[in-house]
Design a binder for this molecule. Structure first.
Ligand SMILES: [Zn+2]
Length: 186
């Protein structure tokens, strides 16, 4: 049985998909890896993907990525472009004995089309509720992961506490190095 579709499922898909390629090694390296990704995110069998699905999914991923860091106008335009290209009029479905859930793609959509429409709808819904500032790119130099922060009064710059402390340590070391170099010049 499919997990119930919560409003942020599409948003989580967007975040997880973008984070399959960061400074860490590429995760979507094969159709089998894409299959694992989709199953992990609650999609039901049969999940059959081939090399063309993989290439299309990666292309969609790179279209979604800037939504997390370009200015709001550009992010909104990007999301609207994705919706125009991939989404259809939403409809409820309980196909194959699943719980009622919302579809925003054609019944015969490819995996990439489905991901594009679902992720765009998830981002659109979230941004409408929390603003585009709540979509963020990790500020750590060697990270590139994206995350969401729906708590506007608690500014978050980093995807995880790990990135935050790594960056603090690095800037402390850089400062100390700068001070000791100044000391040598004197
Ligand atoms: Zn990070």
């Amino acid at each position: 049985m499919e997990a119930l579709q919560t409003p942020d499922r599409g948003l989580h898909l967007a975040v997880a998909l973008v984070n399959t390629r960061t400074h860490d090694p590429e995760q979507l390296v094969s159709p089998a890896a894409l299959r694992r990704f989709l199953l992990h995110h609650g999609e039901l069998e049969p999940v059959d993907v081939d090399a063309a699905d993989l290439a299309a999914m990666i292309a969609v991923r790179e279209r979604i990525r800037p939504a997390f860091h370009v200015p709001p106008d550009a992010a909104a335009a990007l999301v609207n472009d994705l919706l125009a290209a991939f989404a259809v009029r939403p409809y409820l479905s309980d196909h194959d004995g699943t719980a009622w859930h919302l579809h925003a793609t054609r019944p015969d959509a490819s995996w990439a089309e489905w991901a594009a429409a679902t992720a765009a709808l998830g981002i659109a819904t979230f941004a409408a509720a929390h603003g585009f500032a709540a979509l963020a790119l990790c500020a750590a130099e060697d990270c590139e992961r994206v995350f969401v922060n729906p708590a506007p009064r608690r500014v978050r710059l980093f995807c995880t506490p790990t990135c935050a402390s790594r960056t603090r340590v690095a800037s402390f070391r850089a400062r100390r190095k700068g001070e000791s170099q100044e000391g040598e010049q004197m």
